[in-house]
Design a protein. Structure first.
Ligand code: AHG
Ligand code: MN
Ligand code: MN
Ligand code: MN
Length: 333
C-alpha cells in the first residue's frame, strides 16, 4: 500500500505549525521560519510559473562564490527568501548564493541554511526545481552555526515547483507533504507520515560520469543494470531529473535510490552536492521517512561541515540499496 496517510486538505500548514509551537522552547522560532519560507515559496512559485513573461527563465547573471553559474532565478529566489526571513529573529543565515554565513541577531534561537533554487539547470526547460532548507539551534559561539552535525537539525524541508507546488517538511517527528492551494494562497496537508517503500525499483545517477566513478559505485550500478540476472535479483528502472528535490520527492513517493557520488573529475572529489544546505536537510527528511542517507562510508547526519559550501558524496533512499552501496565500499569487489 501507500507509504503515507492520504489527507483531505482540511489541515493547513499554519494550523499544524500552531500546534507544534507548544511542543518545545525553540518551536516558536522554528514555526516562524517555516511559515516565512512557505510565504517565500508561494512568491517563488508565481515567479517560476510566469517564466519568460517575468524574466524568470534561464538567463545567466554570473557565478556564485562556489563557482556555480547563477541564473536570474537563483538570485531572485535568494532575495525573496532573505526578505521573508529578514523580519524574524534568526541568529545566523546561510545560502548557496552567499559567500559566507551572516550573523543576523545574537538573541536568535535558530540558524537557517537555504538552497534558494535547486536544480537551476532545469529552469529554462520548464522542469521541476525547488527550494531546500535546514533549521539548526543557535550555538553559543555563532561562528560555529553551520559547523554542527546534521543530527542537530531541528527541522528540514524542501519545496518542489512542479506541476504542483509541494512543501515536504519534517519537524523531527515524521515527514508530511503539503500542497499549495493556489486559490487560497496557503499550503494544505496532503500526505502525513510518509514512509519510503522498501521495495526499490528505480535508481538515479548521472550515468554520463560513469568513466570517472570509483569501483564501488560502478559495481553497484552494474548490479542495478544486471537486474534479475544479478545479485539484486530484480529489475530496476532508471530516472535522472537533474533536481535533487524532484528525485527526493519521487523516492518519498515510490521508493528508489539516488546517488551523486564522488568521482575522478577535477573538483568532484566529494561529488557535487553541498553538505549544509542540500545533503543534511535531505538526509534528515529521508531518515525521518524510514530511508537512509550515506556517503557510502558514513551516515550523512553524523558529519559536520568544515566550510559552508563543502561538498559531500550523497547516496540516499530505500534502506537496503543504501546499505548495499555501503557494503561495496567496505569490501570492494
Ligand atoms: P543547484 O542547482 O542548487 O546548484 O543544484 C543542482 C544539483 C542537484 O539538484 C542535482 O541533483 C545536480 O546538481 C545535477 O547535477 P548534474 O548537472 O551532474 O546533472
Ligand atoms: Mn547552484
Ligand atoms: Mn541545489
Ligand atoms: Mn541552488
Amino acid at each position: 500500500g501507500k507509504g503515507w496517510t492520504q489527507m483531505t486538505g482540511q489541515l493547513r500548514l499554519d494550523d499544524l505549525l500552531q500546534r507544534y509551537c507548544e511542543t518545545a522552547p525553540h518551536a516558536l522560532a522554528v514555526a516562524a521560519a517555516v511559515d516565512a519560507i512557505a510565504a517565500a515559496a508561494i512568491e517563488i512559485a508565481d515567479l517560476i510559473a510566469s517564466g519568460d513573461l517575468a524574466d524568470a527563465s534561464g538567463l545567466t547573471t554570473g557565478r556564485n562564490s562556489d563557482g556555480d553559474v547563477q541564473r536570474n532565478l537563483d538570485v531572485q529566489a535568494d532575495a525573496i527568501l532573505r526578505r521573508c526571513l529578514g523580519t524574524l529573529s534568526i541568529a545566523a543565515l546561510a545560502s548557496e548564493e552567499m559567500r559566507e554565513a551572516q550573523i543576523v541577531d545574537r538573541d536568535g534561537r535558530i540558524c537557517v541554511a537555504i538552497d534558494p533554487l535547486d536544480g537551476s539547470s532545469n529552469i529554462d526547460i520548464n522542469m521541476t526545481v525547488g527550494t531546500i532548507f535546514s533549521i539548526l539551534p543557535a550555538p553559543d559561539d555563532l561562528s560555529l552555526a553551520f559547523h554542527q552535525r546534521g543530527s542537530a537539525q531541528l527541522a528540514a524541508g524542501f519545496v518542489t515547483y512542479g506541476p504542483q507546488t509541494s512543501l515536504v517538511l519534517t519537524l523531527g517527528d515524521g515527514v508530511d507533504v503539503f500542497t499549495l492551494d493556489r486559490k487560497a494562497g496557503c499550503f494544505r496537508l496532503a500526505r502525513s507520515g510518509v514512509q519510503i517503500s522498501e521495495a526499490c525499483e528505480e535508481f538515479a545517477i548521472n550515468t554520463s560520469n560513469r568513466r570517472h566513478w570509483d569501483p564501488p559505485v560502478r559495481a553497484f550500478i552494474d548490479e542495478c543494470l544486471a537486474g534479475i540476472e544479478g545479485p539484486a535479483n530484480h529489475d530496476f528502472n532508471m530516472r535522472w531529473i537533474g533536481s535533487l528535490v524532484a528525485e527526493a520527492y519521487r523516492i518519498l513517493t515510490r521508493g528508489g535510490v539516488f546517488l551523486y557520488p564522488s568521482d575522478a573529475r577535477p573538483g568532484y572529489g566529494d561529488g557535487r552536492l553541498r553538505l549544509v544546505y542540500e545533503a543534511h536537510p535531505m538526509a534528515y527528511i529521508i531518515e525521518q521517512a524510514g530511508g537512509s542517507a550515506s556517503t557510502g562510508r558514513e551516515r550523512i547526519l553524523e558529519l559536520s561541515a568544515q566550510s559552508l559550501h563543502q561538498r559531500v558524496p550523497l547516496i540516499m533512499g530505500s534502506i537496503n540499496e543504501v546499505r548495499r552501496v555501503e557494503e561495496l565500499h567496505c569490501d570492494p569487489l
